[in-house]
Design a binder for this molecule. Structure first.
Ligand code: HEM
Length: 414
């Protein structure tokens, strides 16, 4: 029986020649041949575009965050009396401390930006559909974990925004019926946000960061089982549709990483404060509420959702539900066609989704009142309708464009 072409793995290669030290190691622990199978000979669809660079970018930025975070932790003091001062000391007194901190902060912003692009790529090309459901779910788990890590990290400098941001969230949690008070008490670690709270969030911040590494392992393993999707959303059929990971995607990923590093360096060395909130450079003062309590830009759409609904608990449900609905996506969208390139309705709907997400971010920034409140509600309604109405409906009524016979054929090499 002939073996089908599975995306990713070739028919089993012959047993590796055992030569020298690598052969000696490989016979006892086959990590070298496993690495070669997954990152050298692994077959990738030949038509991947630049959006497929973001997984590698995320992996490298994650490592950078862990490295800089570990050194920052060596000089940080998690008490309300000293947290702000210890961060100032890192910035002003520790040799190279300013650079460590700037890399960590710019890195956090770019990590979240890359994560949103990576997620959008999956939405656009239907990478959540079978057989990649678990890949999608592990990705979403990562999203939630990374958001929690970023939130915990923002609290650590114990500036005005750290404190008041935490206050908003703990009060939102407190609004959960029946158990809200208890939950708020557990989160705060006492009656008010103080030393216990800060210490807990410090531990949570770095534990979560290392757990993220473990889940990334599962996520990448899932990519290697199903193979990568591609802009056409069709599976490779013949060897002509694929190319080996090395040198094609090692060089392409490297190119993407260099471009990304240039943007990183530009922000780091020319506009390190561009994405930072000035208010967080003032120490936390529970007696003085800032005029404008606002989260980092990457949480603004969720903050907009929180505010668009007058009840605190309702807002919390709307914001949490906007993430939860993504977990159900593989089962909400039943269309056999993956890529939005061939799905006119879904494509327009997706543009609307991005617009509604950005609008919710603006609502978060301008505080949902008057016209902003109406806009926030309309955008929120659209966000939910896209997933719960438009996609299930499109699966039935959408007239999709014809798919090419194969990836090679689409590139004129049928
Ligand atoms: C810590 C965060 C993450 C890391 C380090 C990461 C890493 C990666 C890597 C290395 C790949 C393979 C290369 C590529 O296709 O770009 C990948 C693929 C993928 N990731 Fe992630 N990822 C993360 C978060 C997410 C999130 C939040 C989602 C969305 C729910 C997601 C969904 C996917 C999907 C669907 C694929 C396969 C895409 C395809 O082949 O079309 N990932 N990821």
């Amino acid at each position: 029986m002939t073996q089908p072409i599975t995306p990713g793995h070739q028919p089993a290669p012959p047993a590796p020649e055992s030569t020298g030290l690598s052969g000696w190691i490989d016979q006892r622990l086959p990590i070298i041949s496993a690495f070669k199978a997954e990152y050298i000979h692994f077959r990738m669809p030949r038509n991947l575009n630049g959006l497929w660079n973001f997984g590698a970018i995320l992996t490298i930025v994650l490592l950078l965050m862990l490295a800089t975070g570990t050194f920052l932790a060596m000089h940080y003091t998690p008490t309300t009396a000293e947290a702000f001062l210890s961060v100032e000391a890192i910035d002003r007194q520790l040799a190279g401390g300013w650079l460590l901190r700037a890399i960590h902060m710019v890195g956090a912003n770019l990590f979240l930006a890359a994560l949103y692009v990576h997620l959008f790529r999956g939405l656009y090309y239907g990478s959540y559909k079978a057989p990649r459901e678990l890949l999608w779910l592990t990705g979403l788990l990562l999203l939630v974990m990374v958001m929690a890590t970023a939130f915990a990290g923002y609290i650590l400098p114990w500036g005005q925004m750290s404190y008041w941001g935490a206050d908003v969230i703990s009060k939102a949690v407190g609004a959960v019926p029946v158990i809200g008070g208890t939950l708020e008490h557990i989160l705060a670690g006492g009656e008010a946000l103080g030393d216990i709270f800060l210490h807990r969030f410090f531990v949570l911040h770095f534990i979560l960061a290392f757990l993220v590494v473990g889940v990334v392992g599962l996520h990448v393993a899932a990519v290697h089982v199903s193979g990568s999707n591609n802009p056409l959303g069709i599976e490779p059929k013949t060897p002509k549709d694929t190319v080996p990971f090395h040198p094609y995607f090692t060089s392409k990923d490297l190119f993407g990483l260099v471009l990304f590093a240039l943007i990183f360096a530009l922000l780091l060395f020319f506009w390190p404060g561009l994405l930072m909130e000035a208010d967080n450079y003032a120490p936390a003062d529970p007696m003085h509420t800032p005029a404008d309590i606002e989260p980092e830009w990457y949480f603004l759409p969720f903050y907009g959702m929180l505010q668009s609904i007058p009840s605190k608990f309702g807002g919390l449900l709307a914001a949490a539900g906007s993430l939860l609905v993504l977990f159900a996506l593989p089962w909400l969208d039943r269309s056999p066609v993956r890529s939005a390139r061939f799905r006119p309705l879904c494509r327009v709907g997706l543009i609307g989704l991005v617009v509604s997400f950005v609008l919710l971010g603006l609502v978060g920034e301008h505080h949902a009142a008057g016209g902003w409140m109406l806009l926030g509600r309309a955008a929120l309604l659209y966000y939910y309708c896209y997933f719960l109405v438009l996609l299930p409906l499109a699966s039935r009524i959408e007239k999709t464009r014809p798919l090419p016979a194969s990836i090679a054929a689409a590139q004129g090499e049928g």
